[in-house]
Design a protein around this ligand. Structure first.
Ligand code: PEP
Ligand code: MN
Length: 332
């Protein structure tokens, strides 16, 4: 349930209502918008007298919210969330290019890719240190050594970094990581989501291979319900019957998620397609669909990449995509 509060309501008047709701075991999430304030009522609202609340002088309207997600709902928080990553903003009109290799492989590799993608306009560096691989015999990432190399690249270029966490026990290693990524395979690892909710780090939450948008938003809700509102949603393709592409990029998720939620939405055309030649058209389409950013895999030598070479762009190809994305955004 949400209550829209009239403009000009004093803090004291609002406190009286919030305290009364607390006596009904209702927690209140306050969202201060430009034009109005919205109170999100969290808890069992079935016994709350809607008419009584609506009759109050300070209340403009009361609405039932049917969606199971509350804090990430646009109804609870009408203004877009802007996630600030060391001054790099995503959401609410701010667009970011996130680029880098699938996996961190060496100091030279990560620093050279970081420098080239930064020169082409990427604001945030990606790189996997802990890799979720389908086969236990495949390269599993350089782990904490990879994290150290990413931090070196951060110091060398000044770029904030994003990298994936797979285990709550690894959280202390992520202290200096700017955005913690929850990969597709962990989207419903609820203990991990709760633990990340107790941090104040921006979280890049990827949609699971076979998860609905509602399930993605419920996972974001887990993080928010534990106290962390800094979430970036990521559409990275879903499993369908199609086999020519690694996954099927669900671009309709961009406008749909942005209608349902105030959280920024970025698109990963690399994992969505699995093919470097499909990355550019899908990146442009995602920008045209209103994405708040793109996450693209870039490797200095895709042919010899330890992971996901087939979908990695060269730095030159990335520069071309970045320029065309800028043009699409100018038209928008
Ligand atoms: C990744 O971004 O490195 C990754 C493994 O992606 P996903 O979780 O979307 O498969
Ligand atoms: Mn990858």
């Amino acid at each position: 349930m949400i209550a829209v509060i009239k403009k000009g309501t004093t803090q004291e008047q609002m406190d009286v209502l919030v305290q009364w709701l607390a006596t009904q075991n209702i927690e209140v999430h306050i969202s201060q918008g430009h034009n109005y304030t919205v109170l999100g009522l969290i808890g069992d609202t079935t016994h709350v007298d809607m008419d009584l609340i609506e009759s109050l002088d300070i209340v403009e309207s009361v609405k039932k919210v049917s969606e199971p997600f509350k804090q990430c709902s646009k109804k609870f928080h009408p203004d877009d969330t802007v996630v600030d990553v060391n001054g790099m903003k995503i959401g609410g009109g701010h667009f970011q290019l996130i680029a880098g290799p699938c996996s961190v492989e060496s100091k030279d590799q990560i620093i050279s890719v970081a420098e080239s993608v930064k020169a082409s306009g990427a604001g945030i560096l990606r790189g996997g240190a802990f890799k979720p691989r389908t086969s236990p015999y495949d390269f599993q990432g350089l782990k904490s050594v990879g994290l150290d190399l990413l931090l070196e690249a951060k110091r060398a270029t000044g770029m904030p970094i994003v990298t994936e966490i797979m285990n709550t026990e690894h959280l202390p290693l992520f202290e200096q990581v700017d955005i913690i990524q929850v990969g597709a395979r962990n989207m419903q690892n609820f203990e991990l989501l709760k633990a990340l909710g107790h941090t104040n780090k921006p979280i890049l939450l990827k949609r699971g291979l076979a998860n609905t948008m509602k399930e993605l938003l419920m996972s974001a809700e887990y993080i928010m319900a534990s106290g962390n509102p800094n979430i970036i949603l990521c559409e990275r393709g879903i499993r369908t019957y199609e086999t020519y592409t690694r996954n099927t990029l669900d671009l309709s998720a961009v406008p749909m998620l942005k209608e349902l939620s105030h959280l920024p939405v970025v698109v990963d055309p690399s994992h969505a397609t699995g093919s470097s030649k499909l990355v550019k058209p899908m990146a442009l389409a995602a920008a045209a669909a209103g994405a708040d950013g793109l996450m693209i895999e870039v490797h200095n030598d895709p042919l010899h990449a330890w992971c996901d070479g087939a979908q990695s762009l060269t730095p030159e190809q990335f520069a071309d995509v970045a320029e065309k994305v800028r043009k699409i955004r100018e038209i928008l």
